[in-house]
Design a protein around this ligand. Structure first.
Ligand code: FES
Ligand SMILES: [Fe+2]
Length: 432
């Protein structure tokens, strides 16, 4: 339960606000045995890019657990507890071999599934290695990423294939990976925060995206079968530009192209990026991207986006503190909400409805897992292609007679488009 700070109703009342309430632990804590941690563990989560696994193992931390990932000589990928079960040395210093990884300290050898293959220092007749296993998690390699399942073995879901990843005429490429020193939830909430693109990314820091992002949108939010979208509609001359950015439960966000201007009619664009916000622990989160690059004539992906080494603007802090103060961007805005944002000190307004809706979705998922049920967004059919709803759409709809009527028209148009997409998901139709 969230404790709230007092609602200040008088000038100079800072004194009544000197205590900071606790964070909402049910939604933000992800370690072992926490409600949200158990929820998160029911889903496949990316841990690194495939091409990060070379001849050396890599240390990874996810959901508060320290692990080691490696690819052995047979090509198999292992994800094991970081610390050797013998006397605790970190396997990040281990030797990756033809099969498995060998601890550097006394040479115990572990297979990718946790089988202990050799304990060289033990007498030949020792049965120790036949009785004991080292902790291991299942992995799945797809789209240039390594995914892991950290949940109960008997509950492992199918690996989800979203329609945006198997889109004809598009290529999926790995992008950038970066860490924000803050809780995962406030980063994903930012996806539902459509207003910040008009303020933070346009007025405060100059047009980071296109100038049209500076037009304040009319806003709606809609739950989808896999998560939530916002529907931000803007009047651009005789056109209505409807933009939906999406959270796919629990940690995937899909962002529609940021180079859209709304000047020309376009049909459902799909996402430019799918990015997971993977909790490393309660106060650190890894963002790891896949980029969608068009190979369809007439639909152009800018060169910079197809170049993996180029970073999406505004994601990481500048070189100096002064520059961060003068041109704050996503990093400054989200990380400075505190290591874990305190919901009991917020005052949410009408544009924050998507944030409340998303929190409710997470809470329902947490409760479902607690009750022994499958949370929304989990699938068991290996062959299913799962529809997603992120898009820009630009339609020609001339302005209504008055500004008020036009706002209504914008909202209606956005809702109508989104309802149509929910009924007949465009990328799913293309994938089939
Ligand atoms: S600590 Fe790893 S083999 Fe001894
Ligand atoms: Fe942003």
């Amino acid at each position: 339960m969230v404790t709230r700070a007092p609602y200040l109703k008088a000038r100079y009342s800072g004194y009544h606000h000197r205590h900071v309430p606790q964070e909402d632990t049910e939604l933000t804590h992800v370690g072992p045995d926490t409600p949200c941690g158990e929820y998160m563990r029911r889903f496949w989560q990316p841990i690194c890019y495939s091409d990060e696994l070379k001849d050396l193992p890599i240390k990874v931390k996810i959901l508060g657990e320290e692990l080691v990932a490696f690819r052995d000589g047979s090509g198999e990928v292992g994800l094991l507890e970081l610390h050797c079960p013998h006397r605790g040395t970190s396997l990040e210093f281990g030797l990756v071999g033809a099969k498995g990884i060998r601890c550097c300290y006394h040479g115990w050898l572990f297979d990718c599934d946790g089988t202990i293959l050799e304990t060289p220092g033990e007498p030949a007749h020792s049965k120790l290695k036949d009785r004991l296993f080292h902790g291991a998690y299942p992995v799945h390699e797809a789209h240039g990423l390594i995914f892991a399942y950290l949940g109960p073995p008997e509950k492992m879901p199918a690996f989800p294939t979203y329609d945006s990843f198997v889109r004809p005429g598009y290529r999926v490429i790995p992008g950038q990976k970066y860490i924000y020193p803050c809780n995962w939830l406030q980063i994903l909430e930012n996806t539902m925060d459509a207003i910040h693109t008009s303020f933070l990314h346009t007025i405060v820091s100059g047009a980071v995206f296109t100038d049209e992002f500076g037009v304040l949108p009319e806003l709606e939010f809609m739950e989808t079968p896999v998560g939530i979208i916002y529907i931000a509609t803007r009047r651009i001359g005789d056109n209505i530009w409807s933009r939906s950015v999406e959270n796919v439960l629990p940690t995937l966000q899909q962002v529609a192209p940021i180079w859209e201007t709304g000047q020309h009619e376009i049909a459902f664009s799909g996402p430019m990026m799918s990015r997971w916000i993977v909790p490393i622990d309660d106060t650190n989160s890894m963002q790891i991207e896949l980029r969608h690059v068009s190979e369809t004539p007439g639909i152009v992906t800018p060169d910079w986006w197809a170049d993996r080494s180029v970073m999406l603007p505004g994601q990481m802090p500048p070189d100096t503190y002064e520059e961060a103060q003068r041109r704050p961007q996503d990093f400054e805005a989200q990380v400075s909400q505190r290591p874990i944002a305190i919901h009991g000190m917020e005052h949410l307004g009408t544009t924050d409805r998507g944030i409340t809706m998303f929190r409710n979705q997470i809470r329902r998922g947490v409760k479902a897992v607690k009750a022994g049920d499958d949370p929304v967004g989990l699938f068991h059919d290996e062959d299913a292609v799962i529809p997603t709803y992120c898009n820009n759409t630009v339609v020609r709809v001339p302005p209504a007679k008055t500004p008020e009527l036009d706002k209504k028209l914008l909202r209606e148009t956005g809702r109508r488009l989104a309802a149509g997409y929910l009924k007949a998901p465009p990328l799913l139709a293309a994938a089939e």
